[in-house]
Structure formats: structure tokens, C-alpha cells
Design a protein around this ligand. Structure first.
Ligand code: PRP
Ligand code: MN
Ligand code: MG
Length: 180
């Protein structure tokens, strides 16, 4: 285990099981449709590439890059659009894939953007949901885990851009922050 990690919240096996469960449900729900699956960079990169392997449907993928934490542990409240989609979403069935929903600001921003661009339907699949963190109203349709109000890293999620490559989700040792 990485030396900066205090405890593992969701192991590789836990995550694989969640992807299987969600992928099976999504396969059923999108039967006969060709959704556009949008990966919200950078945090959702690992989850998106795993969960789509558990979806037996025709789908297209695209990427959008937004950021509001700027590497830290608290939302700045301002969403910056760093990279836009390549695809025209008008009339499309959209599946947004996120790693975590916390304050809800990122999701709200993306849903407003997609509605504005005339998407036909918008559903949200997130690996983790932290309902205790909500500042604005935002709801996911597919949730892997409900997480306690702790700052988590790994499996796509960063602290100061590190730890994204860990294959599990965990909590950092307090010393990692206090060494700053
Ligand atoms: C994180 C996370 C979600 C969002 C959730 O992204 O990946 O996209 O914040 O938080 P919210 O519900 O409070 O908006 P971040 O801004 O850290 O960018 P990153 O994915 O590139 O790390
Ligand atoms: Mn993100
Ligand atoms: Mg981040």
C-alpha cells in the first residue's frame, strides 16, 4: 500500500464489484439506445474506462475537463472549463460519468451546460456520492458507494494532482497535509 495512505476505503475488488453491478444495470437501461458517455476529467478517468467494459451496448465516448478544487481538499466554488467536448450533444442521450459528487457544483454546472445544448436526456453515474457535502442540489442516477465525509484519494482522485494512479480509494494520513 502507498505509504501516504492511512486506510483503504474501497479496495480494487470492491470497485470491480461496483463496476459490474452498475454496468449490468446500465446495459439494461440503455438497451436499444446509443448513449454518449461523457467522462469528467480528470477524476473519472479510471472509473469510466472500467465501467464501460461492463456495459454491453453500443456507446460513444467523449471527454470534458472541468476543475474547481485546484488540487486541494476544498471546492473553490468556481468551475473552470479546461477542455470542451468534441461532440454535438443536441438530441443525444447523455451518461455523465463522475468519480465523486460532493458539493454538487460540478454536476450542476455540467447539467446546465448539457441542457443548454439541447441534450435529449441526461443521466449521471458516479463511483462515489458524498451527500453530506452538498451545497447545491445535484443527484446521481447510478451510485457505486455512499462515502463518509472524509477527503478521499486514489482511483482517479487527487490531492495536489497525486495519487490518481492508486488502484483503490483511500484516506490520506494527516501528516501528508500538515507537512505542507
Ligand atoms: C473533483 C471531482 C469531481 C468534483 C466533485 O474534481 O473529480 O469532478 O470535484 O466535487 P463537487 O461536487 O464539490 O463539485 P476536481 O475539481 O478536483 O478536478 P479533477 O477531477 O481534475 O481532480
Ligand atoms: Mn473531477
Ligand atoms: Mg481534483
Amino acid at each position: 500500500m502507498n505509504n501516504d495512505i492511512e486506510k483503504v476505503l474501497y479496495s480494487e475488488e470492491d470497485i470491480a464489484a461496483a463496476c459490474k453491478r452498475l454496468g449490468t444495470q446500465l446495459t439494461e437501461d440503455y438497451k436499444g439506445k446509443t448513449p454518449l458517455i461523457i467522462c469528467v476529467l480528470k477524476g473519472a478517468i479510471l472509473f469510466m474506462t472500467d465501467v464501460i467494459r461492463d456495459m454491453d451496448i453500443y456507446a460513444e465516448i467523449d471527454f470534458i475537463d472541468v476543475s474547481s478544487y485546484n488540487g486541494g481538499t476544498a471546492s473553490s466554488g468556481t468551475i473552470r472549463l479546461l477542455k470542451d467536448l468534441d461532440t454535438d450533444v443536441a438530441g443525444r442521450d447523455i451518461l455523465l460519468v463522475e468519480d465523486i459528487i460532493d458539493t454538487g457544483r460540478t454536476l450542476k454546472y455540467l447539467e446546465d451546460l448539457l441542457k443548454d445544448r439541447q441534450a435529449n436526456s441526461i443521466k449521471v453515474c458516479t463511483l462515489m456520492d458524498k451527500p453530506s457535502g452538498r451545497v447545491v442540489e445535484a443527484k446521481a442516477d447510478y451510485v457505486g458507494f455512499n462515502v463518509p465525509s472524509e477527503f478521499v484519494v486514489g482511483y482517479g482522485l487527487d490531492y495536489e494532482e497525486k495519487y490518481r494512479n492508486l488502484p483503490y480509494v483511500g484516506v490520506l494520513k494527516p501528516s501528508v497535509y500538515s507537512d505542507k
